[in-house]
Design a protein around this ligand. Structure first.
Ligand code: FMN
Length: 141
């Protein structure tokens, strides 16, 4: 939706995200609970939209905190569909600088088996493939 009155309604139907009122547009991602992995479908759809938007300089944020009854009524959502996640989009009002303080990848991703350091493993894998490449080029003795 992009109509300001609907964006206002959407903000009122959220328990957490009043900012949605000021988004340029927003999407309520519905998924079909008859499919076991419907939440994954919704997440994939939302993230694809966010990444595509980012390519055009459009920022976004998601929320799941909704007043479900109100949302269903206001936007005519059929009972068989599940409002899984909402994505609000807009142009940034100020320049985005710096990086977010993300958890290091090494704390989230393991190599080969749980608990095995990803970073250290990747360094040695890179070294191996580098050696293989150089060997193929006859650069190693
Ligand atoms: C599945 C999911 C549900 C979320 N639900 C809410 C929510 O209900 N309210 C809210 O304020 N933010 C919600 N967020 C937004 C997170 O706060 C947001 O992802 C966080 O600010 C980090 O954003 P970034 O990863 O784009 O930097 C949700 C995020 C995810 C992934």
């Amino acid at each position: 939706m992009q109509d300001p009155s609907n964006l206002k309604r959407l903000a009122e139907d959220s328990t957490t995200s009043a900012w949605t009122e000021y988004a340029n547009f927003a999407v309520i991602v519905l998924s079909d609970p008859r499919y076991r992995f419907h939440s994954i479908d919704a997440g994939r759809a939302a993230q694809d939209m966010q990444i595509a938007a980012w390519n055009f300089g459009v920022i976004s944020c998601v929320f799941t905190g909704i007043k479900e009854e109100d949302l269903r009524k206001d936007f005519n959502i059929p009972s068989e569909m599940n409002p899984s996640i909402v994505v609000g989009f807009g142009y940034p009002v100020r320049k985005i600088v710096g990086r977010k303080n993300r958890k290091p990848l090494d704390e989230l991703v393991y190599l080969e088996r749980y608990g095995s350091s990803f970073a250290r493993g990747m360094v040695s894998k890179t070294t191996q493939s580098d050696r293989a490449r150089r060997a193929a080029q006859g650069l190693l003795d």
